[in-house]
Design a binder for this molecule. Structure first.
Ligand code: FES
Length: 118
């Protein structure tokens, strides 16, 4: 495990988001009022970009493709492929339910740091 400097804190506004590429990882940083989260920018349903997903008051992100929903803290699914009606459920069987990859994030010396696996 290694901590990598991702971006300056000033690049991530309060309640903002930013995609960074570090060591071959496409990471979506999301700032809520409480903390900054780091998650993979690929939805584990069909590997489509997650960066435009809606962040909820429960600190989950809802993928805007088929509305799978994941907890930002640990990536566990709260919903799996719910959209569009009928077709979403069919697409749910294309890929088994799995968690969203998450990355430990910390703020230090004015920067956002992300811990990458070895
Ligand atoms: S790609 Fe995200 S829910 Fe299907």
């Amino acid at each position: 495990m290694a901590w990598e400097k991702a971006i300056a804190e000033s690049e991530l506004a309060l309640t903002g988001r930013k995609v960074v590429k570090i060591g071959g990882n496409d990471i979506l940083l999301i700032a809520t009022r409480e903390k900054v989260y780091g998650v993979a920018n690929q939805c584990p349903h069909l590997n489509l970009p997650l960066q435009n997903g809606k962040v909820t008051d429960q600190n989950t992100i809802v993928c805007n493709w088929h509305r799978s929903e994941f907890h930002l803290e640990d990536g566990t699914p709260a919903a799996w492929s719910n959209w569009p009606p009928g077709i979403g459920k069919m697409l749910a069987n294309v890929s088994k339910e799995k968690p969203l990859k998450t990355y430990p994030v910390r703020r230090e010396d004015g920067f956002i740091w992300v811990e990458l696996p070895d």
